[in-house]
Design a protein around this ligand. Structure first.
Ligand code: 5GP
Ligand code: ZN
Length: 115
């Protein structure tokens, strides 16, 4: 897929609007347009990476930044009862946007395994 056509690259470039929750040098966190829980935030790298399948050791620093943002998002939302971090990879998992993103979900009890 062409990066120029990537929905989340457009959100990073602010060509498309989103409700931004947190932003760092390399990471953006914004609310999911179709929330599946009272808190549903997407945390993405500003750099286009198609999915977790494309990650390597060169992304170690970026991943640390992403997990730091996820922890801050959860703390900022007051998710004292816990939360779920999810990244869907590929068609069987239902990945619909091919730009790496972690879902930060919380604010309600969740079942396991997911559907
Ligand atoms: P996936 O299905 O790839 O794991 O997750 C993609 C997520 O992106 C979905 O939860 C979907 O609701 C969200 N999404 C799709 N388009 C937009 C959009 O234009 N803006 C925002 N904020 N979220 C979107
Ligand atoms: Zn992208």
């Amino acid at each position: 897929m062409n990066v120029a056509d990537c929905l989340f690259c457009k959100i990073v470039a602010k060509e498309l609007g989103s409700e931004i929750v947190m932003e760092t040098d390399n990471v953006l966190a914004f609310r999911d347009i179709n929330p599946g829980a009272p808190t549903h935030v997407l945390v993405i790298p500003k750099e286009h990476i198609a999915s977790a399948q494309e990650l390597g050791s060169e992304h170690g620093t970026l991943l640390a930044e992403m997990f730091g943002v996820m922890a801050d998002v959860a703390a900022g939302a007051g998710l004292d009862g816990g939360h779920r971090l999810v990244t869907n990879v590929g068609p069987d998992a239902g990945q619909s946007v091919h730009h790496l993103h972690f879902h930060v979900l919380g604010g309600r009890a969740m079942s396991w395994p997911p559907g």
